[in-house]
Design a protein around this ligand. Structure first.
Ligand code: ADP
Ligand code: MG
Length: 341
């Protein structure tokens, strides 16, 4: 795969499409909250793709669901602010207002296993319903849908007549991607869109995403537990660990010069950005139980560089002039110590 970073993303001066400030999301009761997203702040620039990586259970999906205002009833956003270009603060909108925003402003593609489709309705009817719900001219919208399906290497007639189960998992996921951009959203969230697929289908979905972004570079957040999936597609990478953001940097810096030991461990197994996909080097241990996280830095119990300070004090999130950042007491010392070449 070649690197297809978008030109717009190189310009950090443009007003962000999405700004998240101090997002906190808790599961469980107010008396015993489990913080799955803990003071997360970042912004997305027009047209950029940001990869969000981290092991399973680190809060990536919870953050995505909070951005879509689709949290399950057991969770709530208890702190922070989400604002979108042209809309302003969206964290306080009513469900009615969200119905307008979801799909047209922010769209999401879920893991293939959790299909977004109604199993009992032909896909063409579902496409019409989406267009009607958003008061889009149906003839024009369906024509756009057909063009997008062709781009996805799918036969529009066949797909629009089909029920979801009549398509393979990979085809269905490509149709999900088509539905997600049907209304030309300003922000696209992809949550492990290829995780449940075989390698061949994974590649067709990744190719579709990269092809669509070549035409119109929609601002995209691509969530995955596998760095190699997003390494060649993303302009920047955000790394999450145990509910916290631990690093954000341009993809090449994340790979060549990781500032956080967790980032280094996640990316170490990949020798070159263009190399074939490889498995991650296993990091000994596992993320903490968020119901009872360790004091200090949450990665300290697994970190080869941890000192006493790391085990006692939570490292602050420190950002640079263009909103990249890191939360690590030892980030300055890292490159030499962690050099594995
Ligand atoms: N339905 C739930 N009820 C209670 N806690 C949950 C639920 N779903 C997720 N969590 C908590 O939130 C954490 C983050 O989950 P999730 O956002 O799904 O992580 P990721 O997408 O990174 O795998 C989990 O480790 C767990 O502690
Ligand atoms: Mg997830």
């Amino acid at each position: 795969m070649s690197i297809v970073h978008s030109a717009a993303a190189a310009n950090p001066v443009l007003e962000p499409v999405l700004t998240v400030e101090n997002m906190v999301v808790a599961y469980g009761s107010a008396a015993q909250p489990v913080y799955a997203v803990d003071h997360v702040s970042f912004s997305l620039r027009p047209g950029e793709m940001m990869g969000v990586i981290g092991e399973s259970g680190c809060g990536k999906s919870t953050m995505a669901y909070a951005l879509m205002n689709l949290l399950p009833s057991s969770a709530r956003m208890v702190g922070g602010r989400i604002s979108m270009q042209g809309v302003g603060d969206i964290s306080g909108l009513s469900e009615r207002e969200w119905e307008v925003i979801r799909g047209s402003k922010i769209a999401m593609v879920f893991q293939a296993a959790q299909s977004m489709f109604n199993p009992l309705m032909q896909l063409g009817k579902q496409m019409k319903n989406v267009l009607n719900a958003h008061r889009v001219n149906v003839a024009e919208g369906m024509e756009r849908g057909r063009q997008l399906l062709k781009k996805a290497q799918l036969d529009p007639d066949r797909v629009l007549r089909a029920y979801p189960h009549e398509l393979s998992g990979g085809m269905r996921q490509r149709v999900s991607v088509v539905f997600s951009i049907l209304l030309k959203p300003d922000l696209l969230i992809l949550d492990e869109p290829t995780t449940a697929l075989d390698v061949l289908s994974q590649n067709t979905v990744l190719e579709l995403i990269s092809e669509l972004r070549r035409d119109t570079p929609v601002t995209t957040m691509f969530i995955t537990h596998d760095f190699s999936v997003v390494a060649s597609l993303s302009d920047r990478i955000a790394v999450m660990y145990a509910g916290k953001l631990v690093e954000i940097a341009p993809t090449k810096d994340i790979y060549k010069n990781p500032q956080h030991p967790y980032t280094a461990a996640l990316t170490r197994a990949i020798p070159e950005l263009d190399a074939p996909l490889t498995d991650l080097v296993a990091i000994p241990g596992q993320p903490p139980n968020l119901a009872d996280p360790p004091p200090g830095c949450r990665f300290a119990p697994r970190c080869p560089l941890a000192i006493d300070q790391c085990r006692n004090e939570d490292p602050p999130w420190t950002t640079d002039a263009v909103n990249n950042g890191v939360a690590c007491w030892r980030s300055g010392e890292q490159p030499e110590v962690m050099d594995v070449e």
